[in-house]
Design a protein around this ligand. Sequence first.
Ligand SMILES: Cc1cc2nc3c(=O)[nH]c(=O)nc-3n(C[C@H](O)[C@H](O)[C@H](O)COP(=O)(O)OP(=O)(O)OC[C@H]3O[C@@H](n4cnc5c(N)ncnc54)[C@H](O)[C@@H]3O)c2cc1C
Length: 284
Amino acid sequence: MVGSVIAASLAEALSFRAETGAVPLAGGTDLMVRYRSGTAAAPDFPWPVVIISSLPELKGIFQSGEGVCIKAGTNLAAVESSGLVHPLLREAVHLIASPALRNLATLAGNICNASPAADAVCVLCLLDAEVELTSLSGSRRIPVTDFITGPGSTLLRADELLTSIWIPPLPPGIPFYRKVGTRRANALSKLSCAGYVRVEGGSISDFRYAIGAVAPTVVRSGDLESHLCGTDAAGFTAIRSGVREAYAALIRPIDDQRSTALYRRETALRLLEEFFSLTLEELA
Ligand SMILES: Cc1cc2nc3c(=O)[nH]c(=O)nc-3n(C[C@H](O)[C@H](O)[C@H](O)COP(=O)(O)OP(=O)(O)OC[C@H]3O[C@@H](n4cnc5c(N)ncnc54)[C@H](O)[C@@H]3O)c2cc1C
């Protein structure tokens, strides 16, 4: 590895990144695979790397007045088993890779890798999570939905690290999560989707739906969600098929090695119908 360091502190990691633009390596489960140089051989990175996997400043999950804060270097196994973390995120994380991978991989890595098929990202968008980005000159916070701008592309600056993920509180509601993959473990998603609906006094007070791997970034529509809020069973039934068509227009899946555009489109819309049926049961 050219000019790489194992950072001993967050300050050291940020300085090295600011000086060299070194690529952060957390669990390495995306990076090591992408740059592997042969069986059991060390990867051949074309740029300096700053290894941030053991920084104490980036470990832990905390409850605060603003919700739950997951430090960036916390592994997926800890996220999956934390009672502080929303059950939807725990379920999505539980279905990522395999136990061995989840002991290494981080939530921050899943976000910064910016794969359209990143399972945690779909749920983080649904939960209105934000990322905290830190450089030597300070910190800023951005919604996950805005942070990821396309496949492999984010708003992370060359001198920044993602240091925390913030998840605001969400009142009890009906949760929904489906991952469609080739097998139960170690399978990247063909698509995934997450939903949440809250019904109060016979009508919808909060409706959210997010779909992953059917467009360059997670599909979520504030307009459609607002349109559904306030509807009762009769109102929901009246607009249901129109809303389905509107979601269908937002979906732009592709053919790739994991699936076809047609399969992704049909399955995404069937799962949406399943969530609509759950919603209607709750309204009845
Ligand atoms: C066999 C296998 C199965 C998998 N299955 C799934 C699956 O089912 N679902 C799924 O979503 N993913 C899956 N993955 C992908 C991968 O495991 C996840 O995306 C994981 O969360 C990546 O985390 P990491 O810490 O290993 O990231 P790394 O490989 O260390 O980094 C990934 C990217 O994030 C950047 N990065 C990491 N941390 C930071 C930080 N703090 N600040 C700024 N940038 C940072 C790195 O520079 C890099 O660009 C699988 C991978 C493998 C090898």
